[in-house]
Design a protein around this ligand. Sequence first.
Ligand SMILES: [Zn+2]
Length: 103
Amino acid sequence: MLKNSKVLILMAEEYMVNQLEMLTVWIPDRMKPGMIFPLDKPIDHPQRPHDPFWAVLACPECGTTGLVSRLQVAGLCAVICGTDLCSAEFFLRGDGIVPRKPM
Ligand SMILES: [Zn+2]
C-alpha cells in the first residue's frame, strides 16, 4: 500500500507545471496552467487586510484560475488550489513552482 501511494504522489508532481509564466495582457482564454497575471491594483482580502490579492494564477495542475495574495506571490505562503477536484498545494519561487511537500 505504501509503495502505491508514493507512486501516486510522484505522478502528481510530474503533472504539475514547474515554471511560472507571466501574462502581460489579460486574455482569460490564454490562461494555461502555471500562468500568472499581476493585477493593476491589489484587491483587499476580506480576512487579511495586510495581505491583499495581488495576481490571478492558473493552477499549475488543473488550470483553474484564482486570486493569489501578495505573500503567496512572494513565496511566503503556500497556494492551495480552490477547486474540489484538485488538491494542488505549492509555493511560487521566483519564476518557478515548487510543490509543497506532504506533511
Ligand atoms: Zn488545481
